[in-house]
Design a protein around this ligand. Structure first.
Ligand SMILES: [Zn+2]
Length: 358
């Protein structure tokens, strides 16, 4: 009698353990809870401070019916980069939480002041680049406080992260993504798999990101310096909301979901990636009017003329030349240029030695 009872108890405990181990739990983020198999919407509050009124950061939790990884997808770090923002709107509607394992946290517009202000590069209010102030400060300017909220609520919570960008509203950009390679070998390998799963064929080997978690600067790098696989992708350009750029991001996320086993269906990893090593943002030496002489995706020789800067009476004050041979990943496509700001981004094919070994 006693033996049966113990066996029964053990069986009951096993059932309870199995249920606990295999059932997805409710997920609460920013005070909002999504039950398993459902999605929920919320807004992170960035409180007012001094003369600035603060802002909100809209997000969705898509909580799968089954357990699995916690993936964060961020759009709108730069407010005039629209294909990422629109792709997340579509993914929010198309991903069925009942078919999902794990949780997706979507940040719909990270930088609301820049989005509503139609601003490139810099946040209205403090004129800082949100993607250079991470991990942020709770007592800082508006960009720094946004970064602080994203670090605590999104990055600290996530296991994997993709920061979705495109050419800003002045940048004519061909699609590519950044693979951070100055991290631990295990992390570098995880990000390689994530990058290939996204499906884009131009992958920049990025070996210059800061390694100090307290001065990570970039959103994606804030995850990397905390030991989490993360990458920044670029799809879209020039303030446009074109279908091709949006679909490329939808396809990329679908590939990541399949790779992380969050969904069974999805596209395969890219088979023939082009790895780019040496790269440089070419900045203007002068303020004036920029006339580009190349287009995105052009291959140029070392020293090739890629544009001119004139003053406001039309005199050429700068000839902008390629610092080495490579591919133009983006070139500024509108006339305004300010001393020290980007005019173009060039990268050369990586050598076999530069590509991290598996
Ligand atoms: Zn951006």
């Amino acid at each position: 009698m006693r033996a049966v009872s113990v066996r029964t108890l053990i069986a009951a405990a096993c059932v309870a353990l199995a249920a606990g181990a295999y059932a997805q739990a409710p997920v609460t983020v920013g005070g909002v809870t999504a039950q398993p198999g459902t999605a929920a919407y919320g807004e992170f509050q960035v409180p007012a401070r001094g003369t600035d009124a603060g802002t909100v950061i809209p997000f969705s939790i898509v909580n799968g019916a089954k357990p699995g990884p916690f993936l964060a997808l961020v759009a709108g770090t730069h407010g005039a980069e629209y294909p990422p923002i629109l792709a997340l709107q579509r993914l929010r509607a198309s991903i069925d939480p009942k078919e999902l394992s794990g949780t997706i946290l979507m940040v719909h517009v990270a930088n609301m002041p820049a989005y509503l202000g139609r601003a490139i590069y810099y946040t209205p209010g403090d004129h800082k680049n949100l993607n250079r102030v991470f991990p942020g400060r709770a007592d800082g300017t508006i960009s720094e406080r946004i970064a602080d909220v994203i670090t605590r609520e999104v990055i600290d919570r996530a296991q994997y992260l993709v920061d979705l960008h495109c050419g800003d509203a002045n940048e004519s950009l061909r699609p590519y993504l950044y693979w951070t390679i100055n991290a631990s070998p295990a992390l570098v390998e995880s990000v390689r798999q994530l990058a290939l799963a996204f499906g884009m064929d131009h992958i920049i080997l990025d070996k210059a990101r800061p390694t100090d978690p307290a001065a990570s600067l970039y959103l994606e790098n804030t995850a990397i310096t905390r030991g989490k696989p993360a990458m920044t992708i670029e799809s879209g350009a020039m303030g446009q909301s074109d279908e091709e750029s949006i679909q490329r991001i939808e396809r990329g996320v679908a590939g990541v979901l399949k790779h992380l086993k969050m969904r069974a269906a999805g596209p395969d990893p890219v088979q023939h990636a082009v790895f780019l090593g040496r790269n440089q943002v070419i900045t203007s030496q002068h303020t004036g009017i920029f006339y580009p002489l190349v287009e995105r995706g052009h291959t140029v020789a070392d020293g090739a003329l890629i544009g001119r800067v004139t003053d406001f009476q039309g005199r050429t004050i700068e000839e902008v030349r390629a610092p080495f041979g490579g591919e133009i990943l983006y070139v500024v496509g509108t006339p305004p240029t300010t001393k020290g700001e980007p005019l173009a981004f060039i990268a050369a094919l990586a050598t076999a030695d530069e590509i991290p070994k598996r």
